[in-house]
Write a protein that binds this ligand. Structure first.
Ligand code: NIG
Ligand code: FE
Length: 416
């Protein structure tokens, strides 16, 4: 039976042109005030002005769901997370507050490699149980789809283990997880001083195996001084392309090394972070099909300057917002918090931030045709928030406001 959602104060349909939203469309919400959404079999059949939707034959006899005067929008699409790990990094957290740098913390046994030790020592079942709990946190905050990166295993067996955990949790729902193979996240201890050999292992063995087992849609790397360089980027992109994996790049995060320009030449779907991108990088990004995936929660948590979001938007780049949820640099799963940070710290308008967190998040995952907006034929992934005006989503930061969340037409979470 179809379901008809009525009585929303605002419905943000995010309806608009195909492709990532940028330029004049960067803040277009497709806002309806007397609107309705009709769904059946997990998909949107119609979304528009109520009198128009009511003329749809499927509306007759549909089950009514009242939004009770609240705001509805597509479930958030969080296009950059690292959610499979064993333990939080509380020593790093406290050390950073006391003034230690990322490099100093890593030298003291913290950083990415401490999480790698935790993952290598964990059973798949325990990591699965952990991700399942985190998946509920995402959904209860209004997120219906995430991208998830491996990268805390750094050897074949442990990377495969992380990707299988994602597949298991995604297959049981309700959170949909798009997996990314991030084998080149750091050089593991057993390859210390032998980065080139590790990259060769990633390209020749790990990527083909991950692809053969259909465990990832994307390949990614941490392109950064002391981690992986532009030659590694080209090698990994080529191995990924050969195996059918699309490209994402952690680019210009801690330093500017030309990774954004290289990522554009390689046709990356997204270039992520971009904290150190400069004015001269922007025109090529705007002219490309690559989405700038910004993760300002990590800047907030680390107390670092923010990426140049305003300039990116004003010069026509397509911007997505994501959490970067991970135990080291952003232990925040809440896209509404990220939207709020984007508004107050990067001067994005609430409308721009919400577009970036939904339809542009979907495009950042190559899912723009099926996710991220309330348009006929798309997945009925909908979040309802305790607010009358969409700007409240960014305004009431830090307070839970989710009322209910629907994934593929089924209520996946509801406030009590
Ligand atoms: O996106 N940049 C590298 N990766 C993560 C941090 C991961 C970690 O510290 O565990 C990031 O910020
Ligand atoms: Fe990241």
């Amino acid at each position: 039976m179809a379901t008809l959602i009525l009585n929303a104060s605002e419905i943000l349909t995010m309806a608009g042109p195909d492709g990532p939203r940028a330029g004049k469309d960067k803040g277009t919400l497709g806002l309806l005030r007397d609107g309705a959404v009709l769904i059946d079999q997990g998909k949107i059949i119609a979304a528009g002005p109520k009198p128009v939707v009511l003329t749809n034959p499927a509306a007759k006899g549909a089950k009514i769901l009242s939004a009770e005067g609240r705001v509805l929008l597509p479930g958030f699409v969080d296009a950059h997370t690292h959610p499979v790990f064993a333990a939080p990094r509380l020593d790093d957290f406290e050390g950073r507050i006391a003034g230690k740098t990322y490099a100093e913390l890593a030298q003291k046994g913290g950083g990415i490699l401490s999480t790698v030790n935790g993952v290598r020592g964990s059973k798949e079942a325990d990591l699965t149980a952990g991700l399942r709990m985190r998946a509920l946190d995402f959904v209860s905050s209004g997120t219906t789809t995430i991208e998830a990166k491996s990268g805390y295993g750094l050897d074949l067996d442990n990377e495969l283990k992380l990707l299988r955990v994602m597949r298991t949790v995604s297959s049981r729902g309700p959170l949909e997880i798009v997996p990314t193979f991030l084998g080149a996240h750091a050089v593991p201890p057993e390859y210390k001083g032998r980065k080139a050999e590790f990259v060769e292992r990633v390209c020749a063995t790990m990527i083909p195996r991950v692809a053969e087992e259909k465990l990832a849609a994307f390949v990614d790397l941490f392109c950064e001084q002391g981690y992986f360089d532009l030659d590694d980027l080209r090698a990994i992109a080529a191995a990924g392309a050969k195996a059918g994996l699309k490209l994402k790049v952690h680019a210009e995060q801690l330093s500017r090394m030309g990774s954004l320009g290289a990522a554009l030449k390689l046709g990356a779907v997204t270039a992520d972070h971009l904290d150190c991108a400069t004015e001269e990088d922007i025109p090529a990004l705007s002219a490309s099909g690559t989405v700038a995936c910004l993760v300002p929660g990590s800047n907030y948590f680390l107390g670092k300057p923010y990426p140049p979001a305003r300039r990116l938007l004003d010069l026509g780049a397509a911007v997505a917002l994501a959490t970067d949820f991970n135990p080291g640099t952003c232990p925040c799963h809440d896209m509404r918090m990220i939207v709020s940070i984007a508004c107050t710290q990067m001067k994005m308008s609430p409308a721009e931030a919400l577009v970036s967190a939904t339809i542009n998040g979907a495009h950042a995952l190559g899912l723009g045709a099926t996710h991220g907006s309330l348009e006929p034929g798309k997945a009925a992934d909908i979040a309802c928030f305790d607010a009358e005006d969409h700007r409240e989503l960014a305004y009431w930061f830090g307070a839970p406001k989710t009322r209910w969340v629907m994934k593929r037409g089924e209520i996946a979470w509801k406030a009590i």
